[in-house]
Design a protein around this ligand. Structure first.
Ligand code: NAD
Length: 319
């Protein structure tokens, strides 16, 4: 593996993976349109961070534009493609479903179509635990039926997995779909729970807590996700779907207590009913990832929250 193209390379997971690869001496090409879903300065800062390493190239391109994507593949000669560019997030997908379908389905088609023609040695695709919807069997296994998405975002991620299988079937390019379970840590998207709660607690703002704090989530520390992705990239596969989670859950209320403790502040809580599209709980069965890819998440939520708060307090741009 000498050259890796990461779509969404300016984002949270993409830049964290990119930095880990660059540290190993792997050449990294980021393809990202640096959109304003959240503060683009954060994405530009991620690109700047990666630009400190030799072997990094950033291409500003939109995955919805086939010509731009082909241009990026043309100039890159990549061994591995990691496709992470997407409109992320459940709640905004309910407000802007057309945008989510356009980017996540049509854009992913362009990336997969380019993979079919340029034939990298393997492709890794960012899917999501949201495909499980309100799955009744806990923890969630890759063999569970995922035909009942409860948000447009989840529907697009399930579609991406089906499109990936079809590309593999027709063109033989190996592809592994990774179902990430709520990833957090330094450089996390600012609208995501741990980042948002930390900011609000430190600013003494009241936190709207949906489903009266009873939602349960399997939070996964970014370093564990990056290690999982690196292991997958090193392991042979043909077509696969794999859960990458922390394999432990915490309620929103307990999470906020932990963040409050790490910030040394008392959170101001404003309890609210559940929001449409939100699942009650996520919990990953990671047996497959452990057995096949040696995946081994190490960072427990109390350590991860502490590390995140320490990182956050050193940032100026994120507030
Ligand atoms: N963070 C999580 O907890 C989580 C959980 C499940 C799945 N995922 C998936 O992992 C991937 C990365 O998520 P993230 O948290 O790093 O999000 P992110 O928003 O930080 O990164 C996504 C990147 O894709 C780029 N992008 C969006 N639309 C694009 C387009 N049309 N053309 C080119 N680039 C575009 C964005 O500018 C952004 O930099 C996404 O596919 C997301 O759906 C993330």
């Amino acid at each position: 593996m000498t050259r890796v193209l990461i779509t969404g390379g300016a984002g949270f997971i993409g830049s964290s993976l990119g930095e880990a690869l660059l540290k190993q001496g792997v050449r990294v090409v980021s393809v990202d349109n640096v959109n304003n879903f959240y503060n683009p300065q954060l994405k530009k800062a991620n690109i700047q961070r990666l630009s400190e390493y030799p072997g990094f190239e950033s291409i500003e391109a939109d995955i919805r534009n086939q010509t731009e994507i082909d241009g990026a593949f043309d100039s890159s000669h990549v061994d591995v493609v990691v496709h992470l560019a997407a409109m992320a997030g459940v709640r905004p997908s309910i407000e802007q479903p057309r945008l989510y379908y356009d980017v996540n389905v049509n854009g992913t088609f362009n990336v997969l179509d380019a993979c079919a023609r340029y034939r990298p040695k393997k492709v890794v695709l960012g899917s999501s635990s949201s495909v499980y919807g309100n799955n009744k069997t806990v923890p969630f296994s890759e063999s569970d039926n995922v035909d009942r998405p409860i948000s447009p975002y989840a529907a697009t991620k399930k579609m991406n997995e089906i499109m990936a299988y079809n590309m593999h079937h027709l063109h033989g390019v190996p592809i592994c779909c990774c179902r990430f379970f709520t990833v957090y840590g330094p450089y996390q998207r600012p609208e995501m729970a741990i980042h948002k709660f930390t900011r609000m607690i430190l600013n003494d703002e009241p936190i709207p807590v949906y489903n009266f704090g009873n939602c349960e989530r399997d939070y996964t520390y970014i370093d564990d996700i990056v290690q999982g992705l690196l292991s997958i990239m090193e392991t042979p596969f043909e077509f696969d779907v794999v859960n990458l989670g922390g394999s432990a859950t915490i309620t929103t209320s307990a999470l906020i207590d932990r963040i409050g403790a790490a910030c040394r502040k008392s959170p101001i809580i404003h309890m609210m009913p559940a929001q449409v599209g939100d699942v009650d709980a996520t919990h990953a069965n990671i047996d497959h990832a452990k057995r096949v890819y040696g995946y081994n998440p190490r960072v427990e939520i109390h350590q991860g929250v502490k590390r995140f708060v320490e990182w956050f307090q050193c940032q100026s741009v994120v507030r």
